[in-house]
Design a protein around this ligand. Sequence first.
Ligand code: HEM
Length: 347
Amino acid sequence: MPRGPAPFGERARARVCDGIRSRREHPERGRTPRPPSEIGENIRVSDNLPRPTWVQVVAGLFGAAALVLAAWCVVFIVRGVLSTPELQGFLDRYPGDAPQPASTPEGFPAWLSWTHFLNAFFLVLIVRTGIRVRTEKRAGGLWTSTRVKKRRMSLALWGHIAVDCFWILNGVVFVVLLFATGHWARIVPTSWEVFPNALSALLQYVSLDWPTQNSWAYYNALQQLSYFAIVFLAAPLAAITGFRLSTFYPPKWERAFSWDLAKRIHFPTMLFFVAFVIVHVGLVLTTGVLRNLNHMYAGRDDVSWIGFAVFAGSIVLMVFGWRAAMRDDWIARPARIFGNVKVLPKR
Ligand code: HEM
């Protein structure tokens, strides 16, 4: 009988779904049996968790109330501390602004608005396809490379990697323009004074007496540090660890970077992105929403609804992208250009 390609059993599917190459390719990887959660055989949380009892619900509510109370206590303690002459002197000396060279350009150019929007859009797709790769019990479709036959993966993973490529390309364009236009000085710290200023801004945020904003001209030190961290630390870390986990990583570099280490870093990096976005968007919405959105989405420094309207349109596109990332038949279309695709029937 002619030997055809091995049929995809459940385990094989799950392994492909996670982007793990066969043991023949990676003999060292088979030694420790990996828990089901890592090979895509996750059981949905909702399938297993017992319904909470009334006592648990009441205890949860008390816990939440206690947290709110504790947060208020922190606010009042920090307010008390900030009213002392020493801390007043500290705030006068370090008001919280990010120090930046006098030549730094003001404002938000169109290229920044576009790359910022595309970054957020691709990130939504990356997170959605990433969640699918981690939790899917059974791949909804399979992609096999026409060039390298052994290169096979679930359609969710193919979509994840494809969007990663666009996200990285957009990131490269952003960084090149950042340095070409001098805009870099707004998000790259250029003086050690950024640290006491960031502490000052943090104390002001916690006291709910928020630092004065003039982000058209410069960010505050905490913004500068967090933007620097997300652009120059978290984004490269996500890209490098993702590349290491992918089937495109050259086998000859196998020992240079441990697969397990990459796996341990990649997912927490995504959580960091999600945490950043929650705080970032929370602050955008609560510190002069119309002006902030006008900066980034309309390139103007006034309080009209134009930026808000563009932002609302971008949210519609993101919701559409989130839903599209769950459709294997849609992912299959571009995937067919690069390989053979088999969309599996839904069970
Ligand atoms: C839909 C969600 C988002 C909204 C509404 C939003 C909004 C904004 C706004 C209004 C600013 C300017 C801040 C100001 O004027 O004070 C800004 C800057 C920035 N945002 Fe976002 N953002 C979003 C998502 C993201 C995401 C996902 C990232 C990265 C993971 C990100 C990274 C940045 C960075 C790095 C800057 C500084 C850009 C520069 O000046 O070079 N944002 N964002």
